[in-house]
Design a protein around this ligand. Structure first.
Ligand code: MLT
Ligand code: MN
Length: 309
């Protein structure tokens, strides 16, 4: 199985259009570490591809990834993208669906909650359900991802709820608890595998790591995990926002309860941070934070990173 990180940044990308701090200026002026928004592609046979999340940068991501472009001998309208699996309804994960219009068959997979969000937004009707079927992911089911025509892609997934929250634009301040402590499928993690291949876990958003999650991850070949922020309050201390990582549904990398510490004793082949926010100092390869993460055995994903399992 081939896995390609086609977008390694969190929502907003890096640099983000309106960010003017040192880190974003470094990226803008020197092209250091530029990253597009959160998305992963997987293929069991190198021909058909499954996307995990459809970012607002999808057009650019396809342009940079020949495997995701129509093959020279393919029909006049074609794509190797057979399906898109969504891990939540955040803008950085669903807005790219709108760029996949043009009456091209592929399948969408998401939990009932996330499909309900698409169903409630008529703009997603640009994807005619007769051509682009929407399929419900039931937590715990192991299933083979199929294209719109029902043909198996060879990519197999299992979905499981992770602590998270509803999408930012669905937050309802009258019910903050419901918004910020969802663990019932508003945000999911995925185990991804294919016949005869190792297994990868893809968890681009996760608010908390508990014993169950550690047991689930034990022994995996690859973990792609939420690397949004390095410290919980980095947006506040950098003076660029009011929200903590926790308030956004993202566990920080550092600290006693952070992901590096929480996963230190979990045996996985490779551990890679993805969905990295433009405030996260690990994006500066010369920073102490970058060195600390590498020292702890983690890699930091970049666009175009490929892993074979
Ligand atoms: C997140 O990961 O917290 C979201 O992408 C935030 C957003 O939608 O801007
Ligand atoms: Mn996001």
């Amino acid at each position: 199985m081939r896995l390609k990180v086609i977008g390694s940044a969190a929502g907003g990308g890096f640099p983000q259009w309106n960010c003017n701090d040192r880190l974003n200026r470094l990226a803008r002026e020197q092209g250091v570490g530029e990253r597009t928004q959160s998305s992963l592609a997987a293929s069991a046979d190198g021909n058909g591809w499954v996307l995990f999340n459809a970012s607002p940068d999808i057009r650019q991501q396809i342009s940079k990834t020949p495997e995701l472009q129509p093959a020279a001998e393919a029909p006049l309208r074609s794509t190797p993208i057979r399906a898109v699996v969504l891990t939540n309804a955040d803008v950085d994960h669903v807005a790219g669906l709108l760029s996949l219009r043009e009456r091209q068959p592929f399948a969408i997979y998401a939990t009932g909650q996330v499909l309900a969000v698409l169903d409630a937004n008529p703009i997603f009707n640009v994807l005619d359900r007769a051509i682009v079927p929407r399929r419900v992911l039931h937590l715990g089911d192991v299933l083979e991802i199929c294209g719109a025509d029902g043909q198996e892609t060879g990519v197999r997934i299992e979905s499981f709820a992770v602590p998270g929250k509803v999408a930012l634009y669905l937050e309802n301040s009258a019910m903050p608890e419901a918004d910020f402590s969802s663990d019932s499928g508003d945000t999911i993690g995925l185990r991804i595998t294919a016949e005869g291949c190792g297994e990868a876990f893809y968890i681009p958003g996760c608010a908390r790591i508990d014993e169950d999650l550690c047991l689930r991850l034990e022994g995996a070949d690859l973990l792609l995990f939420d690397g949004t922020v390095y410290t919980d309050d980095e947006m506040i201390s950098a003076g660029v926002g009011q929200k903590t990582g926790g308030r956004m549904g993202h566990l920080a990398m550092s600290g006693e309860a952070g992901s590096i510490a929480a996963l230190a004793d979990v045996m996985v082949g490779r551990r890679i941070f993805i969905h990295v926010n433009n405030t996260n100092l690990v994006l500066d390869e010369h920073s102490a934070e970058h060195a600390a993460v590498r020292e702890a055995g983690w890699e930091i994903a970049h666009d175009g990173m490929e892993i074979r399992l």
